[in-house]
Design a protein around this ligand. Structure first.
Ligand SMILES: [Zn+2]
Length: 285
């Protein structure tokens, strides 16, 4: 088994790892960069008239043979770890016959986002995986592990072939409402992994410890508790953990929560998914 990290070693976002054996070739994530090479914010609008060849020349798309619409297909599958654009955002350029493997909720959120965003990403030819259920792409075996992350439906992966193994963490944290998933993993992590590809967003940063959602909920409760005020909250509509914190603070202070159409659509479309109920079960109210 071989692998190549095409992007994401010196920057946050744009994640893309190619893994292959003699018989099978897969990608772990296919993200849009968050920053340009000079450190300014990445704006895909500047590139949207270019084709895949031109985007490869400019370093926007990684140079991967047999992946793009213009190529003869050589890629057996693309695995998407979670619904953040820096992990799936360039998928429109992938050959239409490539199979995508992702969580059901991840696909649902990407589709909903398309209704509200100018930059749309259509992922077709999908197979849904489930946590802890190993699946095969050719002779490569993949086991998804649930991850605690601000994205609704995030996974890490154990990738195995030819007696070797890679663990790809995807994005993760341990201070969200799914911290128990992280704790479970620390006791059940696969053993004797040969290569660990680890997210490192905050490595080297001199940051204070992140607040847990419980702490954030307590702070919101204090603020919301001040009488006679309407509180405006600006937050990601896909960060369900944070929406839960806001909702709980509203319940505790007797306030009514009003959300915009985007957030309402996300919640309405995800409410039947098991992931959503995992979070509800973890509510203590
Ligand atoms: Zn993420």
């Amino acid at each position: 088994m071989h692998f190549k990290i095409h992007r994401g070693t010196h920057e946050i976002g744009g994640s893309c790892v190619e893994v292959w054996t003699e018989n099978t070739r897969i990608l772990l994530d296919f993200g849009m960069p968050l920053v340009e090479k000079d450190g300014t914010s990445f704006d895909f609008g500047k590139y949207k008239t270019l084709n895949a060849v031109e985007l490869i020349e400019r370093g926007v798309l990684p140079d991967i043979k047999g992946l793009y619409n213009e190529d003869d297909l050589l890629m057996d599958g693309v695995i998407i770890s979670h619904p953040h654009q820096d992990h799936y955002g360039l998928s429109n350029f992938i050959h239409k016959k490539v199979k995508h493997f992702l969580g059901k909720a991840t696909h649902r959120i990407i589709e909903i986002s398309n209704l509200f965003m100018s930059q749309q990403v259509h992922i077709e030819n999908v197979t849904y995986f489930e946590k802890s259920k190993t699946f095969l792409i050719g002779d490569i075996s993949i086991t998804p592990y649930w991850a605690d992350h601000s994205a609704f439906d995030a996974y890490s992966f154990l990738v195995e072939a030819n007696g070797k193994s890679i663990f790809y963490s995807g994005d993760f944290r341990n201070h969200g409402r799914k911290a128990n998933a992280f704790k479970w993993f620390t006791h059940n992590a696969p053993q004797d992994v040969d290569y660990l590809l680890l997210e490192g967003t905050t490595i080297g940063r001199d940051t204070k410890p992140f607040k847990t959602e419980t702490e954030i909920e307590a702070e919101l409760t204090e603020v919301f508790g001040q009488p006679g005020k309407i509180n405006l909250v600006y937050t990601s509509g896909q960060n369900i953990d944070r929406l839960v914190s806001i909702y709980r603070a509203c319940i505790r202070t007797g306030k009514t929560l009003v959300v915009d159409v985007y957030v309402a659509t996300i919640l309405r479309n995800c409410r039947h998914l098991p992931e959503f109920h995992f979070r509800q079960r973890n509510l203590e109210i």
